[in-house]
Design a protein around this ligand. Sequence first.
Ligand code: FES
Length: 122
Amino acid sequence: MASSLEQRTSKARIDTMQRHVLVCVDDDCGGGKVAKALRRSIAAHGLRSTVSVAKVDCLGICRKGTIAVVYPEGTWYAGLAAKNVDRLVSEHLLHGRVVEEMVFHRNPLGASCLTDRAVRTG
Ligand code: FES
C-alpha cells in the first residue's frame, strides 16, 4: 500500500515534472490571476504532467510584478499579467525559447552549482 507521501507525490506529478514555475502572489505582485491563467494555459497546451506552478509569497524583487521564476533554468520574468502568460507558456514552457523581453535575470541552479559549492567548501 502506497504511503500518503507516495500518493501525494504521484498526485503532484513530481516524477514527470520537467519545469517548476514559482509565481509571486504577495500584495505588491498580486499574481493570483497570473497563476490561475498560467495553470489554465499549461493545461490547454497539454503540459500538465511536465510543468508545475506554485504560488509563493514574495520572491524579494517587489518591482514590476508580477514576478515569476522558471526552474531548472532559473529564468526570472517580470511584468507578467493574465493577458501575456500564454506567450510564456507557448514559447518557453512548450518550445524552450525564453521570452527575452520579459526576462530580467538568469541564474540556473544546475548540478555544476552544487559541485562548485562542494569544491569551495570541501
Ligand atoms: S511582492 Fe512579488 S516579489 Fe516581492
